[in-house]
Design a protein around this ligand. Structure first.
Ligand code: S3P
Length: 436
């Protein structure tokens, strides 16, 4: 297949308009999973039609769940109940989706049948030890390739026991895998986190009627209850809105309104960081939607200055660092990022990819093992490689708008994993962006 490349910028006009970015990826994955295990039919609106979340939906079809596509972003899931999944006939392909693979490892560990989880070249290199340890402690039987890498073979029929875990890594995927296994376990399952992470699984379990106690950094549930079908409205994904928050801040004269953005406090670290850099971002009235805070955001151009990102902010903005690297490259002064070593095991090594790309564009940047020091200044045109990482590709597209010549970005097709329609939507906002 021919590689998809983009040419970005330089932008000639301010960004303007009202934009609704696609649905939240984390919530869309979980909506399919819990709806599948519920009793009755659940309606999902605002579902992310991205390759990652579509992979999750396909997997549940292979596990015997009927999922009707009513319209774009609308699904009707015919729940089969906690014990109603059927053995799949083939390996279950998570594509590029780490969230699908890690959460499903927990969920499938509780089934009576065997299953295999696999994925694309990037996912087959991502570490699974983080979920294997706690799940094995619960009694799960899991085999992986050397180096604790997928494909992952899950041997069903194990009697899981609840456990108390404090994972070494702050990860919502790990926490969620443990909690989903806990649905099938005897007794209580408790997770205590070093740094609190996104709590979508906890909130959604509550909404589906499963008793769970949780607070930031803590969750506890017991097995043996029932999930009741419900209707879910998925808010717009903050991580997709992030690129527009940065672009709207750095492109002179811009004013953008971003609609229905999910503002779960464990996701909005970038808001805090951009505001500390001088950004002008306002929140409209907030509303509750399925246990989640949702609001419109207004971003206006404002000069940015560098900041030190404290380690305690990292978990709340873990997916937003590619966008932040670009904001920092366009800010006045120095930005330092520390304590973000997890970025090295995302869809790509995001510290290395963003450092290499921004350097190609003339930015002064020093790579740390767990972060970077970025000097703000001028961005030049040139060629960069996203290494098939959706968020790096989109971040470079923002950089191109402010570059003094066009930026050619290699390998952008994975943007469809999280943000289908990125190019037309950005062009609608005023981006100069085309296929190259
Ligand atoms: C996610 C958790 C985060 C995040 C990922 C989605 C989730 O991963 O980076 O994009 O939906 O639980 P980690 O749990 O590995 O930090």
């Amino acid at each position: 297949m021919a590689m998809l490349n983009w040419s970005s910028g330089p932008a000639g006009i301010p960004l303007r308009g009202e934009i609704r970015v696609p649905g939240d990826k984390s919530i869309s994955h979980r909506a399919i999973m819990l709806a599948a295990l519920a009793e009755g039919r659940s309606h999902i609106a605002g579902f992310l039609e991205g390759e990652d979340t579509q992979a999750t939906a396909t997997i549940f079809e292979q596990l015997g769940v009927q999922i009707e596509i009513l319209a774009t972003g609308e699904r009707l899931v015919h729940g089969v109940g906690l014990h109603g999944l059927r053995a799949p006939h083939q390996a279950l392909d998570c594509g590029n989706a780490g969230t699908a693979m890690r959460l499903l490892t927990g969920l499938l560990a509780g089934q009576r049948f065997d299953s295999v989880l696999t994925g694309d070249a990037s996912l087959l290199k991502r570490p699974m030890r983080r979920v294997l340890g706690p799940l094995r402690q619960m009694g799960a039987e899991l085999d992986v390739r050397e180096g604790d890498l997928p494909p992952l073979h899950i041997h069903g029929g194990s009697a899981l026991q609840g456990c108390r875990v404090s994972p070494e890594i702050a990860s919502a995927q790990v926490k969620s895998a443990i909690l989903l296994a806990g649905l099938y376990a005897q007794g209580d399952t408790e997770v205590r986190e070093l740094h609190p992470t996104r709590d979508y699984t906890e909130r959604m379990l509550t909404a589906f009627g499963w008793p769970i106690e949780f607070s930031p950094g803590y969750a506890r549930l017991s097995g043996g209850h029932v999930l009741q079908a419900m209707d879910i409205v998925v808010p717009a994904d903050f991580s997709s809105a992030a690129f527009l928050l940065v672009a709207g801040s750095v492109i002179p004269g811009s004013e953008l309104h971003l609609l229905d953005v999910g503002l779960n406090p464990r996701r909005t670290g970038l808001l805090q960081a951009l505001r500390a850099m001088g950004a002008d971002i306002r929140e409209g009235p907030t509303r509750e939607q399925g246990g989640e805070r949702v609001a419109d955001l207004q971003v206006r151009h404002a000069p940015l200055h560098g900041v030190d990102i404290p380690e305690v902010w990292v978990a709340d903005m873990i997916d937003e660092f590619p966008a932040l690297f670009v904001a920092a490259a366009l800010a006045q002064g120095t930005t330092r990022i520390c304590g973000a070593g997890e970025l090295r095991v995302k869809e790509s090594d995001r510290i290395a990819v963003m450092t290499a790309g921004l350097r190609q564009l003339g930015v002064t940047i020093e790579e740390y093992p767990d972060g970077a020091r970025i000097e703000g200044g001028v961005i030049h045109g040139g060629k960069v490689d996203s290494y098939a990482d959706h968020r790096c590709a989109m971040a470079f597209a923002v950089a191109g708008q402010m570059a003094n010549d066009a930026v050619l970005i290699r390998d952008c097709s994975n943007v469809n994993t999280s943000f289908p329609g990125f190019v037309p939507l950005m062009r609608q906002a005023g981006f100069k962006l085309s296929l190259a």
